[in-house]
Structures are given as structure tokens and as C-alpha cells.
Design a protein around this ligand. Structure first.
Ligand code: FMN
Length: 274
């Protein structure tokens, strides 16, 4: 391949990638079309190409195939029946447990102590933070790869609710915590919904320092979102409210956000204190 052809190829591939990213939207209803082992394997390989901190792959993915477990997860994740109907369900774990095991079982901890080089240090919140980054970056690789393969996907943030029950359902160890969950499948025929709006680029990117967005900036940034909600008459106070009213009532003060906060406190405490 000569240089020009290679450049053209690179540009075309790049543009296709951008098009795929720009066309993606969350898919919550799936067709009966099965996902072949070959497609699943490509999806897994692409997921694994995600960068990870120090190349330690501080995450694991539990592929939930047991239908009863899917149904239980659907209930535990704020009762979202689509989870039980999804052909593929992946729970992304922040996972330091495998390294704690490896450090101990390989004798690395003992050797370092005997040589006076380091005392054992249990994973802390910094480790958890890094593990979370690895898990979530891998998840987004999976989302884009799925889109390229014609599969739809949807994040399930509610997997961080009901930690005690999720922990026992998935037999989690101390240093494994759900970071996020994804469901995948071929989109159902009927789905031709428009892309959801986004904020203008200028409202997201800041230069050199944090500049607090206040009322003017926020209402401008989310004007398109508010307009969309007003069109479908889904704003509070008989559609006369604002987007702030909508998210304050529907999300911020909701029972599921209360549960997410309770559950997250339990999981972080378990990670640190066992
Ligand atoms: C962290 C996170 C958690 C999410 N949790 C859920 C969820 O529990 N259920 C759901 O239906 N969609 C969930 N979504 C999907 C969002 O609602 C969706 O990405 C957003 O409305 C934008 O729509 P789009 O993805 O179609 O562009 C989640 C997305 C993210 C990034």
C-alpha cells in the first residue's frame, strides 16, 4: 500500500468511526436475532483493547447468561425488565481482587517484606478510583465496538443499587465492585427514534481552569434538552416547569438516587474495611 492510499484508508476508517460514534444511541428493545459466537468474540476482543492503568486490566466482566440471574438483576436495577430480555448482559467490575490474590499467592508480598522493600498495603480508595476508570473505559470501548457490529447497547447505571444483593447474586469478593453494566442485542425493528440532544461544545469544554456554570449558562446549555421535553409535555407543573424542575424531581430527589447513595456507601465501606 503506498503512502497516499494508506492515508486515504486511515481517513476513511477515521470517518467511519466518527460516523458510528455520532449515530449511536441507547437501545432498550432487542430483536430475537441471536448474537453469534463469532460476533461475541469480536466484541470481547475490541473491549479488551481499551487502555488500562499500567496495563494491569483492573477490571473484570461478568457475562450474565443465567436467565434467573438476569431476571433478578432486572429487579435489583430499579425494575428494568429490558435487562432480562437482553441477549447479552455484562456487569463491569472494578477489580483489584485478582491482583491482591496474585501479590499474595505469588509470594510478592512476602519477598518485599523480607527484603525490607515494602510492607503490605491493602487497596484503598485511590485503587478503587483507578479500577473504576479501567472498567468504565472498557465499557465504552464495548459500546462503540457493538455499534460497529450492528448491535445496540444501553448502560445500566442502576447496577450500583442494592449492593448487598448484587454482591451475593454475583458472588463478589471484597475488592470487586460493580462499576457499570451494559446490555446488548440487535435493535428491535420498530426503533427509529431520533438522537437525543447534547449540550453545545462551548458549554462543556473550559480553558485552563474550572468556570462555574450558573443559571444563564446552564439554561442555555440545556435549552435543546428542555425544548425536547416541553415538546413531549414531560416537564413538571403541567409542562410549565423547567428542566431543573424535571431533573430535581425525577432524578435528584428520587428514591432510586437515594438508594444509589446508600448502596455506594456500603460498597465503598466494604472495599476499605471488608
Ligand atoms: C452511567 C449511565 C447510566 C445509565 N443508566 C441507564 C439505566 O439504568 N437505564 C436506562 O434505560 N438508560 C440508562 N442510561 C442511558 C442514558 O439514559 C442515555 O445514555 C442518555 O439518555 C442519552 O441517550 P443516548 O445514549 O441515546 O444518546 C445510562 C447511561 C449512562 C452513561
Amino acid at each position: 500500500m503506498d503512502v497516499d492510499t494508506a492515508l486515504l484508508y486511515t481517513q476513511r476508517t477515521m470517518n467511519q468511526t466518527i460516523e458510528i460514534i455520532k449515530a449511536r444511541r441507547s437501545i432498550r428493545s432487542f430483536s430475537d436475532r441471536p448474537v453469534t459466537e463469532e460476533t461475541l468474540s469480536v466484541l470481547k476482543e475490541a473491549t479488551l483493547r481499551a487502555p488500562t492503568a499500567g496495563n494491569m486490566a483492573l477490571y473484570s466482566i461478568i457475562e450474565v447468561v443465567d436467565q434467573q440471574k438476569k431476571e433478578r438483576l432486572a429487579l435489583l436495577c430499579d425494575d428494568q425488565p429490558m435487562i432480562a430480555k437482553a441477549p447479552i448482559v455484562w456487569v463491569f467490575l472494578a477489580d483489584m481482587q485478582k491482583w491482591v490474590n496474585y501479590f499474595n499467592e505469588s509470594g510478592a508480598v512476602r519477598r518485599a517484606e523480607e527484603a525490607g522493600l515494602a510492607l503490605y498495603r491493602a487497596p484503598g480508595l485511590g485503587d478503587l478510583h483507578l479500577c473504576m476508570q479501567d472498567a468504565i473505559i472498557a465499557a465504552q470501548n464495548a459500546v462503540i465496538a457493538a455499534e460497529a457490529l450492528g448491535l445496540g447497547s444501553c448502560y445500566i447505571g442502576d447496577v450500583i443499587e442494592n449492593f448487598e444483593e448484587v454482591r451475593s447474586l454475583l458472588n463478589l469478593a471484597q475488592y470487586t465492585i460493580p462499576a457499570t453494566m451494559l446490555i446488548f442485542g440487535y435493535p428491535a425493528q420498530a426503533q427509529h427514534v431520533k438522537l437525543t440532544p447534547r449540550c453545545p461544545i462551548s458549554s462543556i469544554f473550559m480553558t485552563d481552569e474550572y468556570q462555574q456554570p450558573h443559571l444563564k449558562e446552564m439554561s442555555e446549555a440545556f435549552a435543546a434538552h428542555e425544548e425536547q421535553r416541553r415538546r413531549v409535555r414531560s416537564l413538571p407543573y403541567d409542562n410549565s416547569g423547567t428542566l431543573a424542575d424535571y431533573y430535581y424531581l425525577r432524578k435528584h430527589t428520587s428514591a432510586f438516587m437515594k438508594e444509589m447513595n446508600r448502596s455506594t456507601e456500603v460498597m465503598f465501606d466494604w472495599w476499605v474495611n471488608g
